[in-house]
Design a protein around this ligand. Structure first.
Ligand SMILES: Nc1ncnc2c1ncn2[C@@H]1O[C@H](COP(=O)(O)OP(=O)(O)OP(=O)(O)O)[C@@H](O)[C@H]1O
Length: 243
């Protein structure tokens, strides 16, 4: 469950969207941060083999398209409705992907996110936080060694956020997780590393190494950062280098 990217570039609409991106993560929780349009979602698309790219992307020793079977993906926009029950939402993608023991995996994933008792409820009846947790279960059942979570904390109420953060802490114990976020304020025990991107890698390293005003100033014109006993509080404004 180690993920490795070597000099990955992606062009979309004839324009470079990612350039020479290299990093590796193994059983780590990586927060992927950067301004709008920095290429965060495109990075996930490349790992999922959904856009053409140059360079090399490997999960363990698998560097071909087969690696996608080791990846669980939580998209940024979760269209509500039309998904039937929570069980169908979690089980069916795993089944269609040909996952062995799909039903057992779906059951295990639903228990892990604490929604097993809600398995017969319609997805449309879930709260924002519950929908995110159901979607994480869906990603876990269908793949799961490497989890790509696109903005899971957006559109979640404060209580849902607490539950999601608890779940993410549990998941990170034995997986590689990449999570995008616009927010750089974060609890100190969540991420192991931060990947700061703006088309290229601006910084990659331990949270303390990247969450520094001089590093963030490479992207943001205005940065104020404070480390509290609970975690980091970070306020940014204006991009210094619009691209
Ligand atoms: N299908 C596409 N065709 C052409 N260009 C695209 C396509 N999808 C995205 N782009 C461009 O690629 C760049 C990176 O987009 P991407 O969605 O990866 O950024 P992001 O960091 O995830 O942004 P956000 O924070 O707004 O979600 C943007 O300039 C965007 O306009």
């Amino acid at each position: 469950m180690s993920l490795r990217l070597e000099r990955v570039s992606v062009h979309r609409g004839g324009r470079p969207v990612l350039l020479d991106v290299s990093f590796a993560a193994s059983k780590e929780f990586v927060l992927v941060a950067g301004p709008n349009g920095a290429g965060k979602t495109t990075l996930f698309m490349a790992i999922l083999n959904l856009v053409p790219y140059e360079g090399k992307i490997c999960i363990d020793e698998e560097c071909g398209g087969g690696r996608v079977y080791k990846v669980g993906y939580l998209p940024q926009i979760l269209p509500k409705g039309s998904y039937g029950t929570v069980w169908e939402y979690v089980y069916l993608p795993a089944r269609f992907r040909g996952v062995r023991d799909a039903a057992a995996r779906a059951e295990e994933a639903l228990k892990l996110v604490d929604l097993y008792d809600a398995r017969d409820r319609p997805v449309a009846a879930l709260s924002g936080g519950q929908l995110q947790r159901a979607s994480i279960a869906r990603a876990l059942a269908a793949g799961g060694d490497v989890l790509l979570l696109d903005e899971p904390l957006s559109n979640v109420d404060p209580q849902g956020r607490v539950e999601l953060l608890r779940l993410l802490r549990e998941l990170k114990r034995d997986r590689t997780i990449l999570m995008t976020s616009h927010e750089l304020s974060l609890p100190s025990d969540l991420a192991d590393k931060i990947l700061l991107i703006n088309r290229r890698v601006v910084a990659y390293g331990a949270v303390d190494e990247v969450l520094r005003e001089d590093v963030l100033a490479k992207i943001y014109r205005y940065v104020r950062l404070a480390k509290t006993p609970y975690g980091y509080v970070c306020v940014t404004e204006d991009y210094a280098h619009p691209h």
